[in-house]
Design a protein around this ligand. Structure first.
Ligand SMILES: [Zn+2]
Length: 350
């Protein structure tokens, strides 16, 4: 991924000018857990006592077991690094993929692997996206995602502990926690993208006849959804990337959907993580861009600026903290019921 340098020419929605309205909307949102029409039809929760505090971080249907185990997520990061550098098309990435698939299956999820030959500036490379599905009451989908490849550097050994490893580890742990919770209201897709990283040194150095030299997996994913006429099922997309740094500080996603930003940052503040989910904005081009361009509401949770080891040989396991992985995972988990509620109150566009 790379910092976006052309915000002004960016035709994608920004939050400027809408924040006050959306803040008000969000403040009203928790009331919907008990008061909004339509909620009762989807939930057996009868806790409509009117006593639910507006600032409650925990949805009424939360289960005590629904939490992230930071040590488990960290063990997934360590495991990936043990495979070595994992650029797209490498045998190391194939072994990583086998590990991811095996973990996801052990959680009882339906796993599919989409393989294709990608044209890159250094020739064709076999790539594969992995998706685990957790079926919900609705066939509408919320996607949680990460890239699992690491950038290829010939000059040094790059293991991508934070860049690729951390979000993949956290995503596996999120999948485990959500699968253990039982049937959700929405269907969940846990998507692991191949080929996020450019083969050329910089993100924009090379162009292919078929597109840019980056985000191969996410562009392929959107293309397949369009071909299968499934794009409309996808109601929201949350991308994780570089979320394991010990000194965790994640800015809002300036390119992302405003209401998703608001839900996640408000939830983070309410459960005590405003020091990690900071009130600053950044704009990063990443795997969410192809989805955004296809009209999917999405967010990239990423610490790019402020991580001094980005794309260096020093992006190693000692920079990663289980606590950071847990904080991000817990904030996402606590935000999901609110995201679901918001989606239920707003039918899919046709
Ligand atoms: Zn990278």
């Amino acid at each position: 991924m790379k910092p976006s340098s052309n915000k002004s020419s960016n035709a994608l929605p920004t939050k400027n000018g809408h924040r006050g309205f959306l803040l008000l909307l969000f403040l009203a949102l928790p009331l919907c857990f008990t008061a909004c029409p339509g909620n009762g039809s989807k939930s057996n929760n009868s806790g409509g006592t009117g006593s639910t505090p507006a600032a409650s971080p925990s949805p009424a249907n939360a289960s005590p077991k629904l939490a992230i185990d930071g040590e488990r997520a960290f063990a997934h990061v360590r495991k990936q690094i043990e495979f070595g550098p994992r650029p797209a098309g490498s045998s190391e990435l194939a072994r990583t993929r086998e590990y991811i698939v095996s973990e996801l299956k052990s959680y009882g999820l339906n796993v599919t692997v989409d393989e294709w030959q990608a044209k890159t500036p250094i020739g064709e490379r076999k790539m594969a996206n992995v998706t685990a599905e957790l079926p919900g009451e609705s066939s509408d989908v919320i996607m949680l995602s990460s890239h699992y490849d690491t950038k290829f550097f010939k000059e040094f050994r790059f293991v991508g502990a934070n860049d690729g490893g951390s979000s993949t580890g956290a995503l596996l742990e999120l999948a485990r926690a959500l699968a253990a919770q039982g049937k959700p209201r929405f269907t969940y897709w846990f998507a692991f993208f191949d080929g996020e990283e450019a083969f050329c040194e910089n993100w924009d150095d090379c162009k292919n006849p078929d597109g840019p030299d980056n985000t191969y997996g996410s562009r392929r994913y959107v293309q397949r959804l369009k071909e299968n006429k499934e794009l409309k099922r996808l109601r929201a997309m949350i991308l994780l990337d570089m979320i394991g740094y010990k000194n965790l500080e994640i800015p809002r996603d300036d390119m992302g959907t405003v209401w998703i930003n608001d839900i996640i940052w408000n939830t983070a503040r309410e459960i005590g993580h405003s020091a990690q989910f900071v009130e600053r904005e950044d704009s990063v081009e990443d795997d969410h861009v192809p989805f955004m361009q296809a009209g999917v509401e999405c967010i990239d949770i990423i610490q790019l600026g402020g991580y001094p080891y980005w794309h260096t040989a020093e992006d190693t396991l000692d920079k990663i903290s289980p606590q950071s992985l847990k904080i991000v995972g817990d904030v996402v988990l606590a935000s999901l019921p609110r995201i679901e509620q918001r989606l239920l109150s707003k039918p899919a566009s046709q």
